[in-house]
Design a binder for this molecule. Sequence first.
Ligand SMILES: C[S@@+](CC[C@H](N)C(=O)[O-])C[C@H]1O[C@@H](n2cnc3c(N)ncnc32)[C@H](O)[C@@H]1O
Length: 278
Amino acid sequence: MRVQIRRTWPLSRVYSFGVSVGDFYDELAQDYHVVYDDWYAAIERQGAALDRLIRNRLANAHDVLDCSCGIGTQSLGLASLGYRVEGTDISERSLERARTEAVRRALEISFARCDFRDLGPVEGTFDVVISCDNAIPHLLTEDDVARVFRAMRTKLRPGGLLIITVRDYDKALVERPVTTTPQINSGPPRQVLVRLHDWDAPDSPIYTIHLLVLTEGPTGWNVSHYSTRYRAIGREALKLAAEHAGFTRVRWNEGNDVGFHQPVMTALREVNKPRNDP
Ligand SMILES: C[S@@+](CC[C@H](N)C(=O)[O-])C[C@H]1O[C@@H](n2cnc3c(N)ncnc32)[C@H](O)[C@@H]1O
């Protein structure tokens, strides 16, 4: 068996933080489905879980902004259930793939590049704003987390619903896992995803993730390496950030209880604007 290194990041790029989050996801876009054993099933499963949450809290919701849509896992699932979805993301190549996947399913979804810390360029307001699958922990400072909640609030109609999903960081901050079970995608081609987490220090919330994607080819296995940084953020910190930005009825749901693979936070934009609000 021959192992080929298809692409590697020079260490200096990884550790000098020279690889932006956008670059990381641009590189990963074609392989992103490998984070699931069956991405197509995940689209349906996550769409159905989000739909139940939305219906429970906001029965007549129709317009959804997915402000970290990536290749479209949740946007595609919700659009196929009849929601009008707009997807934004910082990674142009992820957006390109999301557009292709939407066309393949004959779904009309508008996808545009936008940093979720400033959603001003997105026109209009929505019944629901979502940011799913650990996008917010890419923000490495409290200020940026505060910004993203303020930005998401500006895109919600009064009474609108916010949905955030992230890794279970309350657990990870205690256990400090250095890896997770490899993900096997039966293909074809067969692919294996290995994750390594390098914590900056035993008490630091910041870590570098290395994703190694092994893809079976005609002459052997190719290895692709992608790397980026995260800041682990617990439920209480996210709840406080949401409340500080003006959200009310902030609730955490266990993933198992709502059929999602991660804990899910929901919150409402208050109906009346608080005083002193710009
Ligand atoms: C783990 S992926 C999840 C993507 C998508 N929600 C899904 O599950 O397929 C996280 C996404 O957050 C996006 N992201 C990270 N930082 C962002 C920012 N500042 N503005 C907009 N999107 C961002 C990334 O480009 C990436 O697509």
